[in-house]
Ligand binder design. Structure first.
Ligand code: GDP
Ligand code: ZN
Length: 345
């Protein structure tokens, strides 16, 4: 634990909830103990007894901002979880099905697919829907670009499936494209990574960090005991001030949703997305709109379409969505400029 850093190094502090305490961010979660960082620095914390068992209020997860009461002699007490600007959750097992957050308050969802047999447009679309639903902005990274002579075909396919979303070809091995990601890698931003196992998530994180933070496939194969394998949930802060949430739950989310979850929930709607004539189609009567055409042809239930739209907007709230979109298009514009500059130079 780095003793120097305080909450101010861990992103923007949200409004508090009025309870008497100080804001903090959850940086790691153990069985029933949390690592947090407060305005005064890092500390350990536990949930206030009884405070989270009334059914109201979300249990904190990694990345969450919480209110804590400091304890001079022991672990601080977590009083409540502050509202999230984005999160991923999974259905927690139990008699009453309940959503359990597994990562919170991230700015960008990096969706990774490698440019080989792993490349799959349907899965890409599902990841995208998950990302939009989370409230954060998706960024697509097509990995292992050193393995293919034909990046442009992969790029074109991904771009058509993800209108308006930035797509980058990267190689952790050669460093190609890594520089293109710099617009997203600014101090105070939090990132999460989605992608199936072996796609190169750990390698990319290491490339971004400039050090071997994560155990990659090579080492896992060579040393199955996994020297640095993460077994708990954590938020890693790089020297650049960029934060990465890495939790086993995120990896499961990436894999399990491929067989259930959102795929089955909105597959009927999703198959019409990304097929409109205009890549920025708002599906509000524009010519060549595949969604409208499907509704008119009776292939898509308008009620389903409405609930899909609602779900997407509810996930983040109108204002927040607009703010993020603005920021995100700034990032896209910057990265496009960069890409152009690199092409020319
Ligand atoms: P993860 O399971 O998604 O974290 O994937 P890893 O980062 O562990 O990578 C899986 C395998 O792909 C390892 O053998 C890596 O060496 C390899 N790999 C990762 N990135 C690249 C890349 O850019 N190019 C090539 N050729 N191989 C890569
Ligand atoms: Zn449309």
């Amino acid at each position: 634990m780095d003793e120097q850093l305080t909450l101010y190094d861990y992103g923007p502090i949200p409004e508090t909830c009025g309870l008497p305490g100080v804001p903090a961010r959850v940086t790691a979660q153990h069985r029933d103990r949390y690592e947090i960082v407060c305005p005064a620095g890092p500390a350990y914390a536990r949930l206030k007894t009884g405070a989270f068992h009334t059914g109201e209020g979300s249990f904190p997860t990694v990345g969450d901002y919480v209110m804590v009461r400091n304890n001079e002699t022991g672990d601080s007490q977590i009083l409540c979880t502050l509202p999230r600007r984005s999160y991923f959750s999974r259905r927690a097992p139990g008699p009453v099905p309940k959503d359990q957050a597994i990562a919170a308050n991230f700015d960008y969802v990096f969706i990774l697919q490698s440019m080989n047999h792993n490349f799959n447009l349907r899965r890409l679309e599902r990841y995208l829907a998950l990302a939009w639903q989370s409230g954060a902005a998706p960024v697509i990274a097509l990995t292992k670009s050193d393995l293919t002579p034909d990046r442009s075909a992969f790029l074109a396919q991904a771009e058509s499936a993800a209108p308006g979303v930035a797509v980058h070809a990267v190689s952790a091995r050669t460093g190609e494209g890594i520089q293109e990601l710099s617009p997203y890698l600014t101090s105070g931003k939090t990132l999460v990574f989605l992608g199936s196992s072996g796609v190169g998530k750990s390698s990319l994180v290491n490339a971004l960090a400039g050090e071997e933070l994560m155990v990659t496939g090579n080492i896992r194969e060579a040393d199955s005991r996994g020297r640095h394998t993460t077994t708990y949930r954590q938020l890693i802060r790089l020297d650049s001030g960029v934060m990465i949430i890495d939790t086993p739950g995120m990896r499961e989310l990436g894999m399990s949703e491929a067989s259930d979850g959102l795929e089955s929930v909105f597959a009927d709607v999703e198959r019409f997305l990304g097929k409109c004539r205009f890549s920025d189609c708002r599906h509000a009567g524009e010519p060549g709109c595949a969604v409208r055409a499907a509704i008119d042809a009776g292939e898509l239930d308008p009620v389903r379409w409405e609930s899909y739209r609602k779900l997407q907007s509810e996930a983040q709230g109108r204002r927040e969505m607009l703010r993020q979109k603005r920021e995100w298009s700034k990032g896209v514009a910057m990265s496009n400029k960069l890409r152009k500059k690199m092409r020319e130079g």
